[in-house]
Design a protein around this ligand. Structure first.
Ligand SMILES: [Zn+2]
Length: 454
C-alpha cells in the first residue's frame, strides 16, 4: 500500500534507510537459533553445517555409540547433535522468527526476520535470513506496520515487498491470530529501547515472546512489569499468551515464588500443578507447596492422586447405579433365577444380579453392563462358562425364544460358540416353563386380588 498519512510517509522513509543485518547479527542467528546436526549412518558421520563427512563410531553397534549423542565436527568445530539416519539425507529448518529490537528517530521498532536453513548430507548448508515485518510505534500510540504480504498467515510464509500495511496490530486471542502480531522464537540480545520501557523493566534476555504484546502491555499491565523485573520470564510469556487469566488467578502464589526467588522454569507445568493444588484445597500461599524442589515429580504425584480420586468417584457412581438397579432387576427377572443348563464342562446360567452384568462386561470388554441390558424387559441374559470361567454372554429373547446374541471377548464369538448355541436352543423349553409358571402365578394372584375385593 502507498503511504497515505504524514506518519506513514515518515515511517516508510525511515524503514527504507534501515541497515541490513550485520555479519555479526547473521552469525549470531545461524549459531544460536538453529539445531546443528550430524547424520550418522553405518559408515560415517556427516556435518550438516559444513558438509564434512568423516568416519566415526558406527551406528548402534555398541552401547557407547548409542550413548554418544553429540560430537564436534573435525572440520568446522561446531558441536553437533547426532541423529541416526539410514535413509535420511535432508533436513529443513524453516520459518524461525528472530526479532531485532531497536530505537530509530524516537520510534520503538521491532524488526522480524525469518530464518530458513536447508541441509543436505555431504554439502554445505544453504541458509538465509530475510526481513518480513516491522512494527513502528511510539509509547501508547498507534503502531505502523511495514511488512511483506502474508496471504496464509505468517506460518505460511511471506511474499512481495516491504510496504506499509493498513490497520493496527491486534491482540492474538484464542484462534483469532493477527498475521502481523508475530511470535519471536529468538530476540537478538543487543536491544535498544526507549527510556520509558527500560524504566518499566525491559530486559534484553527475551525468548519465545510476542514483542508487540510485551511493548503494549509493559506500560499498562503492572503484572507484566513485575514478572519482567523479577526475571520470571516463563510466567511472563504465559501472561502475554493465552494463559493470562491463570496468572491473575494465582497471582498470590506467584508473589510467593518471587519473594522466595523461586524461578518457574516450566510455566505450563507449574500452572497445571497449582491448579491441582487448588483442586485438593492446599494452601496456595505456602512456599512448601508453591515452590516444589522438583516440580515435575510434585506435578506427577498430584496427577496420579487426581486420577485415583476420579477412579474412586467413578466406582462410587457405579456402585450407586448398581444399587439402584438391583431391586427392579430382581423383581423383573427373579423368576428365572436358578436356571442352569449343563453339558460336559459347559455350564450356562442366568445372570442373577446387576453386579453379574458388570462382571461379564469387565471380563469380555463388551457392553452388556454399560448399555444396561439388565433393563431389557423382553430378554434374558446368561453367562456361558467352561470349567467355571465365563467365555461368552448370551442374550435370549423372551418374546421369540430365540438367541439374540452370544459374544465373548470384545464382542467376538469363541471356539465354544456352536456348543453354547446348541445347548441354549436345547434348553429353551426350560425357559418357556418358567414363563408359564409366571403367567399362572400372576393369574392366581389376580384372582386372589379379585376375591379379596369381592
Ligand atoms: Zn562441520
Amino acid at each position: 500500500m502507498r503511504p497515505r498519512t504524514k506518519l506513514q510517509v515518515q515511517v516508510l522513509a525511515l524503514s527504507q534507510a534501515l541497515p541490513d543485518l550485520s555479519i555479526d547479527q547473521k552469525n549470531w542467528a545461524f549459531k544460536n537459533c538453529l539445531k546443528h546436526v550430524a547424520f550418522r549412518t553405518k559408515k560415517a558421520l556427516s556435518c550438516l553445517d559444513c558438509g564434512h563427512v568423516w568416519v566415526g563410531p558406527p551406528v548402534n553397534k555398541t552401547l557407547i555409540s548409542r550413548l554418544h549423542t553429540t560430537c564436534d565436527c573435525p572440520n568446522c568445530g561446531v558441536k553437533l547433535e547426532i541423529q541416526d539416519s539410514r535413509n535420511k539425507k535432508k533436513l529443513e529448518q524453516r520459518h524461525i522468527i528472530i526479532a531485532l529490537i531497536d530505537v530509530v528517530d524516537g520510534f520503538q521498532i521491532t524488526r522480524f526476520f525469518e530464518l530458513n536453513s536447508y541441509h543436505k548430507a555431504g554439502q554445505p548448508v544453504h541458509q538465509y535470513l530475510w526481513e518480513v515485518v516491522q512494527h513502528w510505534f511510539v509509547p501508547n500510540g498507534k503502531t505502523t506496520i511495514v511488512a511483506r504480504m502474508a496471504p496464509f498467515g505468517y506460518n505460511g510464509g511471506f511474499t512481495g515487498d516491504l510496504e506499509i500495511r493498513p490497520g493496527n496490530v491486534s491482540a492474538n486471542i484464542g484462534y483469532r491470530v493477527d498475521k502481523y502480531n508475530i511470535y519471536a522464537d529468538y530476540t537478538y540480545p543487543k536491544v535498544k529501547c526507549l527510556p520509558v520501557y527500560k524504566r518499566n523493566g525491559f530486559k534484553t534476555k527475551l525468548k519465545n515472546i510476542y514483542p508487540y504484546s510485551l511493548f503494549t502491555k509493559l506500560l499498562t499491565d503492572s503484572k507484566v512489569e513485575t514478572l519482567l523485573k523479577s526475571k520470571q520470564y516463563k510466567l511472563l510469556s504465559e501472561r502475554l499468551n493465552s494463559k493470562s487469566h491463570l496468572i491473575d488467578r494465582y497471582w498470590n502464589s506467584i508473589k510467593i515464588c518471587i519473594r522466595q526467588k523461586y524461578f518457574v522454569k516450566d510455566a505450563g507445568v507449574w500452572l497445571d500443578y497449582i491448579e491441582l493444588l487448588s483442586f485438593f484445597n492446599k494452601d496456595l500461599r505456602s512456599s512448601k507447596y508453591v515452590c516444589p524442589k522438583n516440580l515435575h515429580d510434585a506435578h506427577n504425584k498430584l496427577v496420579a492422586k487426581k486420577r485415583q480420586f476420579q477412579k474412586l468417584k467413578e466406582a462410587e457412581k457405579m456402585r450407586k447405579q448398581i444399587a439402584e438397579a438391583e431391586p427392579s432387576y430382581q423383581k423383573e427377572k427373579g423368576h428365572f433365577f436358578g436356571l442352569v443348563f449343563t453339558k460336559g464342562d459347559l455350564t450356562i446360567k442366568v445372570l442373577e444380579s446387576v453386579r453379574e452384568f458388570m462382571e461379564e462386561g469387565d471380563i469380555h470388554k463388551h457392553c452388556v453392563f454399560t448399555n444396561k441390558y439388565y433393563k431389557e424387559k423382553d430378554s434374558l441374559c446368561f453367562s456361558a462358562r467352561i470349567k467355571g470361567a465365563s467365555v461368552e454372554t448370551v442374550e435370549v429373547s423372551l418374546k421369540t425364544m430365540k438367541i439374540l446374541q452370544s459374544r465373548g471377548m470384545q464382542n467376538r464369538a469363541t471356539s465354544f460358540h456352536d456348543r453354547i448355541v446348541e445347548l441354549v436352543n436345547a434348553s429353551i423349553p426350560l425357559i418357556k416353563k418358567r414363563m408359564e409358571s409366571i403367567k399362572v402365578k400372576s393369574k392366581v394372584s389376580k384372582q386372589q386380588d379379585m376375591a379379596a375385593v369381592a
